[in-house]
Design a binder for this molecule. Structure first.
Ligand SMILES: [Zn+2]
Length: 307
């Protein structure tokens, strides 16, 4: 598993690891799906490695066990993970106090070379768990590396924030997104298209790869809005959109909304077009929820948009 991008962040993390703290607590902050958890896992490898060089030598027993954990996380394999690494993964659910207590128990037992705790999406800790976690942060046992990742640090309590050294993650470059997709085995043309739509994060490409139908419609609609002179695309698009469920249509338009917003910010799309899109988008959602025939709604939407 290759760690692509974030060269500046890697240097910073490496420097912090080299400072020889008794224990070190970090906050990886940045938008979702850019590799914060991946770099946290590599930092764990660096911390527990025999040689403690770079992000781990990749050959010692500890590095190999962390690699197992990485494979389990990203490839859904079931290999023996490293016993001195605890990873709290959270989708969008709350991180409960029991999970935080488990961290406390885990850190009480001495590790071979140290202990690492990674808490993903730390903003999902509720008040109870935040307070419990604060106690761990206040007095971490010697030889402990704690990394919290978050896309919204404002949701963390200030007393936690003040105890963390912050590493701010930038978005991925378009080429980096493309490289990650190529490594995943995505074909070149598709990787390029996906990376153009990605806005520096893997969230949308990954969603698109799991939802092919939404991807195809979004891609076609986006192209058509950017090149309205290719009106012939409209016919096939509106009849294809007819096959989508209302919720899927709304999802497609939500995605286009985000993409156009980004294009306005970069000057690729005129503000007037975006404003018109927002107006027409509201009308479209209302009409679809009121059960108006989808084909008519979409054709009307588009014709008014390019007027
Ligand atoms: Zn190693």
């Amino acid at each position: 598993m290759k760690l692509i991008g974030h060269e500046r962040e890697k240097v910073l993390v490496r420097r912090l690891l080299e400072k020889g703290y008794d224990s070190l607590s970090l906050l990886f902050e940045g938008v979702n799906c850019i590799g914060k958890k991946m770099l946290a896992l590599y930092a764990a490898r660096a911390y527990l490695c025999d040689k403690r060089e770079g992000f781990g030598c990749g050959e010692c027993k500890d590095c190999r066990l962390i690699d197992n954990t990485i494979m389990n996380v990203y490839e859904k394999s079931n290999l023996t993970p490293h016993h001195d690494l605890m990873l709290i993964q959270s989708d969008n659910s709350e991180i409960k106090i029991d999970q935080i207590r488990e961290i406390g128990e885990f850190l009480k037992l001495k590790g071979d070379k140290g202990k690492v705790v990674i808490v993903e999406k730390a903003e999902n800790m509720n008040t109870e768990s935040s307070n419990a976690f604060l106690k761990t942060l206040e007095e971490p046992p010697e030889g402990t590396l704690i990394i919290l990742t978050t896309s919204n640090q404002a949701k963390l309590i200030p007393t936690i924030l003040s105890r963390l050294k912050k590493v701010k993650f930038r978005k991925l470059g378009q080429e980096e997104v493309e490289s990650i997709l190529l490594l995943k085995g995505i074909q070149e043309k598709k990787a390029k298209m996906l990376s153009e739509m990605a806005d520096g994060s893997m969230c949308l490409p990954v969603y698109f790869l799991e939802n092919e139908v939404i991807y195809n419609y979004s891609k076609d609609l986006y192209r058509l809005i950017l090149n309205p002179e290719h009106r012939e695309g409209l016919l096939s698009l509106s009849s294809n959109l007819e096959n989508l469920q209302p919720q899927q249509i709304i999802k497609v338009f939500d995605i286009i909304y985000t993409l156009l917003g980004k294009d306005v910010a970069s000057g690729k799309v005129r503000t007037e077009l975006f404003e018109k899109f927002i107006r027409e988008y509201e009308i479209l959602i209302k009409a679809i929820s009121n059960g108006v025939k989808k084909k008519l709604v979409i054709e009307g939407f588009f014709l008014r948009l390019i007027q």
